[in-house]
Design a protein. Structure first.
Length: 215
């Protein structure tokens, strides 16, 4: 048996990392009690007849793992004395503080992560910040919502790039044009817009002639 801050191993029932465990509980059975280990995969493992001392050790290790995970998400808070007043002012929108200078990025990230941790599933129902307001409340909610819905920058495409290029057209002489396939430069024709109107491909009203007329 091995019970550490990273691994729970109770042969022959289970050997798994704490990161793969969703929850623990004890259930009574006719023969005594059993530890029920619920995994993130959705399956459950039942370990019977563990003594109270072992159960205490398992639950303590699990609690330590959860606390460590929570602290890693939050991290050390920069300048805690500076942050404490912000919690009071960040509870609601305050138009009197709309000119508040931007909060430092590391501090804003820490506070928004803490808020998301406490709000849990309610983070999606946060009221959007007031447009043009920079009060602490609006700064924090704006940071939370930005993390929930990151902005994806769209690549701009010029009008020229949107045009479907079928033929490259080059004027060689008065009323004489060279029409070339951009995908195969060996395929080229000469179009004459005089008398008689025609193309070196030998066909009347061909696509090469139409391409020159459209250009």
């Amino acid at each position: 048996m091995k019970i550490t801050e990273t691994v729970l191993s109770i042969p022959p029932y289970i050997s798994v990392a704490w990161s793969d465990i969703l929850s623990l509980r004890v259930e009574m059975r006719p023969f005594g009690h059993s530890l029920i280990v619920e995994l993130k995969t959705g399956s459950q493992v039942e370990v019977p007849n563990l003594d109270n001392g072992t159960l205490d050790k398992i639950f303590a290790a699990h609690a330590t793992t959860l606390e460590t995970k929570k602290n890693s998400l939050i991290g050390p808070l920069p300048n805690i004395e500076m942050m404490l007043p912000l919690f009071g002012s960040a509870m609601g929108h305050n138009p009197d503080q709309k000119e508040t200078p931007p909060l430092p990025s590391p501090m804003l990230e820490k506070i928004s992560n803490m808020a998301k941790e406490f709000l849990s599933d309610e983070a999606s129902s946060i009221k959007p910040p007031e447009e043009g307001c920079n009060c602490p409340h609006c700064q924090i909610t704006r940071a939370i919502l930005t993390q929930e819905n990151p902005v994806v920058e769209e690549e701009e495409v010029s009008n020229e790039e949107l045009k479907f290029r079928t033929w490259d057209i080059q004027k060689e002489e008065e009323r004489l044009y060279k029409v070339t396939n951009p995908l195969d430069v060996a395929e080229s024709y000469h179009v004459f817009l005089g008398e008689p109107l025609g193309c070196s491909c030998g066909q009347k009203h061909c696509e090469h002639l139409q391409a020159v007329l459209r250009s």
